[in-house]
Design a binder for this molecule. Structure first.
Ligand SMILES: O=C(O)c1ccc[n+]([C@@H]2O[C@H](COP(=O)([O-])O)[C@@H](O)[C@H]2O)c1
Ligand SMILES: Cc1cc2nc[nH]c2cc1C
Length: 348
């Protein structure tokens, strides 16, 4: 029996490329450190891509969609059929991520892991269907171990397609009514944090709704017990799309592709993925801080500094897509600025 891909050691970003990139940043015509986080972004991209001149021109966006049994329990401001309707909207080109992917010249893949309602139109949707939504995590495990393996492998296949297309950056997005409940439960278990730190309005619950959602999450955590093994946590609490995201991020890292993490749900998937594959953190960039309460806590717990804070809370990979131009600027500055010597500028 060979080990599953998520248990295999990840490649290391290149220390030599990182050191050369850092040295170059000191030589560019600017006071050292004055480009702030852009300098660190460029250096990490050099190390991850094993290149002295990094680039994120070719971006692959994969939106993973699935439904959640818990959606029947009043944890979302929207009905479950919206998942199917939005999947059709992604593929038809009318969703926010469709617009942003076009604007970036990125490839956009929509992956159906377990949308419960029939798709009005499944053209342009990658079929990785597992089941009509997860089990209700208050009462039963969200999925079986076999289903979790299927979801992780579906994510890895998406990363393989990104690699075949020559992607220089991987963005995973999520779509699933009810998935902030699953993400909060998962994060709360893996971080040993109080539910109140991680629960929020999602698509727009009021205070009463958030309190009800917190009770559902506590019930799920009580049912699950204190087992913090990440595989068991994902099977018990995760969504199919969350598991696929974890698999896709690990799969991208295995293929040497840096990952730009989106909002609350994708960050929870990244947390689970880093528990499955501890060196994954060195492959991740964090795009934005979502408005969803709990995202700040999650980012802080992971020691992550997001690039943007625009009060977004959409999901779909949209926050990551909006941050791509910042990464492109970091690359252009690193690659094209003159050094002090080249420009004849006196250094300090
Ligand atoms: O990415 C985020 O930070 C984010 C925050 C709140 C909601 N969402 C999106 O809204 C949906 C989940 O919200 P809910 O209220 O149904 O749990 C799902 O499709 C997510 O992509 C996404
Ligand atoms: C309309 C809508 C679009 C979304 N995109 C991601 N999650 C979403 C949730 C809703 C409700």
């Amino acid at each position: 029996m060979t080990d599953p891909f998520w248990q295999l050691p990840l490649p290391q970003p290149s220390r030599a490329h990182y050191d050369r990139a850092l040295a170059r940043q000191q030589q560019l015509t600017k006071p050292p450190g004055s480009l702030g986080q852009l300098e660190a972004l460029a250096c990490h991209l050099c190390a991850q891509q094993h290149r002295d001149r990094p680039a994120v021109d070719r971006v692959h966006v994969a939106v993973f969609a699935a439904d959640h049994g818990i959606a029947a329990d009043g944890v979302s401001a929207f009905p479950q059929e919206v998942t199917a309707q939005m999947v059709a909207n992604f593929a038809a080109g009318g969703a926010a991520i469709s617009v942003l992917a076009r604007q970036l010249g990125a490839s956009l893949e929509v992956v159906n892991l377990g949308v419960a309602h029939p798709l009005p139109d499944d053209r342009g949707v990658t079929d990785e269907w597992i089941a009509a939504g997860t089990g209700n995590l208050m009462k039963e495990p969200a999925m079986t171990a076999e289903q979790l393996e299927q979801a992780l492998e579906a994510g890895d296949r998406s990363a393989a397609r990104a690699s075949e297309a020559g992607a220089e950056l991987f963005i995973g997005g999520d779509m699933g009514i009810g998935n902030t409940t699953s993400a909060s439960a998962l994060a709360s278990l893996l971080l040993g944090a109080r539910v109140e730190e991680l629960v929020g309005p999602g698509t727009g619950l009021d205070e009463v709704g958030v309190a009800r959602k917190a009770r559902r999450i506590r019930a799920a955590l009580q049912r699950h017990g204190s087992d913090t093994d990440p595989f068991n946590a994902l099977a018990s609490l995760g969504g199919f799309e969350i598991a696929a995201l974890a698999g896709a991020m690990i799969g991208a890292a295995h293929r040497g592709i840096p990952v730009l993490v989106d909002g609350f749900i994708v960050t929870a998937a990244a947390l689970a993925a880093t528990h499955l594959s501890p060196n994954l953190m060195t492959w991740l960039h964090f795009s934005h801080q979502s408005r969803e309460s709990g995202h700040r806590y999650l980012l802080d717990a992971m020691g992550a500094t997001p690039v943007l804070d625009l009060d977004m809370r959409l999901g779909e990979g949209s926050g990551a897509a909006v941050a791509v131009p910042v990464l492109r600027s970091a690359c252009a500055l690193h690659n094209e600025m003159a050094t002090f010597t080249e420009a004849g500028v006196s250094d300090g």
